[in-house]
Ligand binder design. Structure first.
Ligand code: ADP
Ligand code: MG
Length: 273
């Protein structure tokens, strides 16, 4: 595939939207696969207790498997839990297990409860350097559909937020709450965080509604919205049951094409100033 320019420093994206079903996991899986296929070193961190990204990327995540839960609760390091994605070279995954559902509450009483993921990633960068492993180019954190402590950990660890927005009714509903939360994080916990990227998903250009919603989102986020739109495409929704990204499952599909384009656009735009 086409090679993409490498970033100067690791870009850490949290893929966030407190609404479910808007394409967070689909975007995490396919964007990370597209980046890895373009020669990037990529890590996916799955912090959704559902573990859908881990499943889609074919990573074992039963209750006996090491997971990001063990990292957040302090028992293990990231290097103890990451697995290589069999689908794509250069793509690693720190999987989620269902135990994570309890972490939301277990974290409350812990020291530095908001900084756990951020510290674990910093330690992992150091480990990779000591081991002579290549620097990671991209990290994508797949968030649960809530604004609890797991999502806060993602916001604190990240440098950028990518918000997938489903182009349909109520697309903007809840966005002001999300933006307010991100502003709070910037003020109190992570001054470097930026909403750098908005991705319109499940776009159906035949409907007037979809074009109206797209226009409305562009008005609200003029510089953040990618020009690439992710179309509604059945291949995208079929791929996870084959435990493949759509890029492997059907490389010529409109879904695969659009995620490759989105990856290229993100790489070419570079990190925000
Ligand atoms: P979230 O992680 O935000 O809850 P998902 O990524 O799991 O959302 O997507 C919700 C559902 O929509 C899934 O069944 C997924 O396969 C499907 N889906 C996501 N994006 C597309 C698309 N572009 N075209 C068709 N189906 C999609
Ligand atoms: Mg999801």
């Amino acid at each position: 595939g086409k090679r993409l320019p490498k970033p100067d420093a690791t870009r850490i994206f949290t893929i966030s939207n407190q609404k479910g079903g808007v394409g967070k996991t689909t975007t995490t899986v396919n964007l990370s696969a597209a980046m890895a296929r373009a020669g990037m070193h990529v890590l996916v961190v799955d912090i959704d207790p559902q573990g859908n990204a881990s499943t889609a990327l074919n990573i074992p995540h039963g209750s006996d498997d090491n997971s990001i839960y063990d990292v957040l609760l302090d028992d293990l390091e990231i290097q103890d839990v990451v697995q290589n994605c069999p689908d794509v070279d250069g793509l690693q995954v720190a999987p989620a297990t269902i135990e994570l559902a309890g972490a939301e509450i277990e974290l409350v009483s812990l020291v530095a409860r908001e900084q756990r993921l951020s510290r674990a990633l910093a330690a992992y960068f150091k480990y990779r350097e000591e081991q002579g492993l290549p620097r990671l180019d991209y990290i994508f954190i797949d968030c649960p559909p809530s604004l609890g402590l797991l999502t806060v950990n993602a916001f604190v660890a990240a440098t950028e937020v990518l918000i997938p927005i489903q182009t349909e009714y109520y697309a903007l509903e809840g966005l002001s709450q999300l933006v307010k939360n991100i502003n709070m994080i910037q003020k109190h916990l992570n001054a470097d965080l930026k909403v750098s990227t908005i991705l319109l998903t499940m776009y159906d250009g035949r409907t007037r509604l979809a074009t109206q919603v797209a226009d409305e989102v562009r008005e609200y986020f003029p510089t953040e919205v990618l020009s690439t739109l992710i179309p509604r495409n059945v291949r995208i929704s079929e791929a996870p049951s084959f435990q493949q990204s759509v890029l492997t499952y059907d490389p010529q599909s409109s879904g695969a094409l659009s995620y490759r384009e989105a990856a290229a656009e993100i790489a070419e735009r570079g990190a925000p100033a």
